[in-house]
Design a protein around this ligand. Structure first.
Ligand code: SIN
Ligand code: FE2
Length: 209
């Protein structure tokens, strides 16, 4: 697989450090990544984590990488094993690392990639990604399948705004936006044919340690 080409200029988002490339991934690349996700979840099944307060997430999750993000009654953290199978997470696919190299503008490679699966009713509340050891590395996110309304706001005070994330979109939260608050208001059911049974996959690569 050839290296991923360098991307065009990102589109304006109104938030310094929040970079968005709509439809950066070709349909072929999207299908390849979905195949990788299918292989991953055969080994490391999607499961529904609970918040530290005991509330189930509406999103189902798995991970790639030496480390995976988990949540349970003991809190949020990264760990090397799937909490249900107690097996290591599968390794990050090379294509995802190529996308990171082309867009993240950071010397280190990610050691964790969260796989989020949203059905039509799933959402994710506004939060910050702050379980990582070093915030100088960005968070890179890939959207596949049905579109979603992504809400984002500065790390500190300031109003939130929304943008639609569609299949093949890539975005980066880095620099001043590394600790931006963000979440998913809702899924726009039936907006993509990529996943035969619908829903949305979000892949979030991070340097966790
Ligand atoms: C996340 O913040 O982990 C997911 C964001 C998204 O689904 O786009
Ligand atoms: Fe997040």
């Amino acid at each position: 697989m050839a290296d991923f080409p360098s991307p065009p200029a990102p589109v304006p988002t109104g938030l310094d450090g929040f970079l968005l490339w709509p439809e950066l991934l070709t349909l072929e690349q999207q299908k390849q990544i979905v195949d990788h996700v299918r292989q991953a979840v055969r080994l490391a099944p999607l499961y529904r984590p609970v918040t530290p307060g005991g509330r189930p997430f509406s999103v189902r999750m798995s991970n790639w990488g030496p480390l995976g993000w988990v949540s349970d009654k003991n809190g949020y953290r990264y760990q090397p094993l799937h909490p249900q199978t107690n097996q290591p997470w599968p390794p990050l696919p090379a294509l995802l690392l190529d996308i990171w190299r082309a867009t993240a503008n950071h010397p280190r490679l990610p050691d964790a990639c969260l796989i989020n699966f949203y059905d039509a009713e799933a959402r994710m509340g506004l939060h910050q990604d702050k379980d990582e050891a070093d915030f100088s590395a960005p968070v890179l996110s890939i959207s596949l399948g049905d579109s979603a309304i992504f809400r984002y706001a500065p790390a500190g005070d300031g109003p939130s705004r929304t943008v639609k994330l569609s299949s093949g979109d890539v975005c980066v939260l880095g620099g001043k936006a590394r600790l931006a608050r963000h979440g998913i208001d809702r899924i726009l059911d039936g907006t993509s044919q990529l996943l035969p049974r619908g829903g949305r996959i979000n892949l979030t690569m991070r340097v966790a340690q």
